[in-house]
Write a protein that binds this ligand. Structure first.
Ligand SMILES: [Fe+2]
Ligand SMILES: [Fe+2]
Length: 349
């Protein structure tokens, strides 16, 4: 199939389909579209299903009462960063919730459609969690400003548009090339875009500020890492079949995303937040991109950027204190955080 060819959208029910495992493919397979989950081919998806289900959480169970007082203690730079980052996160989860079902229309392995459905659910919960934070902390006359931040902020608008355009192009023309670009854009969103923002919330928590918000972010962070694994596996699977975009194209998309993330993070965080400045922002983003590229089987793009300047913040994100949650995920082990029992430790499963 050439990159310009249209993708094959699966039928809702396909009596001529063949569900034998040897015939199962990520895309372009001939599935009946029946969810026979007793026989699965992609074991990573089956494993991920269990992790994602274990991660279930309810935003409103997190106590934000102290955060209301803390919000009024933030200085003007911290308030601007808090509001702007929240606005960006609202955008990211909105577009994910809306776009993931479109991707799933082309996925011909039911075990992968299953985890995409759970991811869609989780992105919707993330949107609800932002509404809960905004409703609890932000004075009513200012709430719409957070949702509308991108309208007046050119840098935020530019980066929101970049990702939205890649998604929109696929909605308008479901070529093979546009589908693969969506997978890479989705990965960049999940794997790069969230993390300077997450570190900002952890930096406040490290100073005993906005701890409830940081708890919500930890739950979101943990979900997002499973999404990184999901899209990472889709990209690796298609790469192994020789069906991925040319490497140069992937590097170009990475580099654009990294530049935009650095530009945005430097713009919204600046040099005024304790522990964060323009240099650490660049260092953090480039080392993260190198790590993500390596995990996908690509070479790192940014020579000399292997030091993570925010390990102290990432430790805050690991609420059970069993080490770096990010590296645990990338090493294949999984940390679980059971909301129903307590909020005071990570358990290995
Ligand atoms: Fe999300
Ligand atoms: Fe996500």
């Amino acid at each position: 199939m050439s990159f310009q060819d249209s993708m094959k959208k699966k039928k809702l029910f396909n009596p001529e389909g063949n569900d034998t495992l040897s015939e199962r493919k990520i895309v372009g397979g001939n599935t009946t579209n029946l969810f026979n989950l007793n026989n699965t081919s992609f074991k990573w998806a089956t494993k991920l299903y269990r992790v994602m289900m274990e991660n279930f959480w309810i935003p409103e169970k997190v106590d934000l009462s102290m955060d209301s007082q803390d919000y009024s203690k933030l200085d003007e730079h911290e308030v601007r960063a808090f509001d702007g980052i929240l606005s960006f996160l609202v955008f990211l989860d909105s577009i994910q919730t809306n776009n993931l079902p479109k991707i799933s229309e082309y996925i011909t392995a039911p075990e992968i459609s299953l985890v995409l459905a759970i991811q869609t659910f989780q992105e919707a919960v993330h949107s609800q969690s932002y509404a809960y934070i905004i409703d609890t902390l932000i004075p009513s006359e200012k709430r719409s400003k957070i949702y509308d931040f991108w309208r007046d902020d050119e840098i935020l608008f530019k980066r929101n548009k970049f990702i939205a355009q890649v998604y929109q192009d696929f909605h308008d023309n479901d070529s093979n090339e546009n589908f693969l670009k969506v997978l890479v854009a989705d990965y960049l969103l999940e794997a790069i875009y969230f993390y300077n923002g997450f570190c900002f919330f952890y930096s406040l928590a490290s100073r005993n500020l906005m701890q409830g918000t940081a708890d919500v972010i930890k739950y979101i962070n943990r979900d997002e890492l499973t999404h990184v694994l999901l899209f990472g596996n889709l990209i690796k699977g298609l790469k192994a079949e020789g069906a991925m975009l040319p490497d140069d194209f992937v590097y170009d998309m990475f580099d654009t995303a990294v530049k935009q993330e650095i530009e945005w993070a430097q713009h919204i965080l600046g040099d005024e937040i304790i522990g964060i400045n323009g240099k650490t922002t660049e260092q953090y983003t480039k080392q993260l991109a190198n790590k993500r590229l390596t995990s996908l089987g690509y070479k790192p793009l940014y020579e000399g950027f292997d030091h993570n300047p925010y390990t102290q913040f990432e430790k805050i994100g690991d609420i059970h204190g069993h080490g770096d949650v990010r590296s645990n995920f990338f090493e294949g082990s999984v940390t679980s955080y059971n909301q129903s029992s307590s909020v005071d430790g990570w358990d290995e499963i």
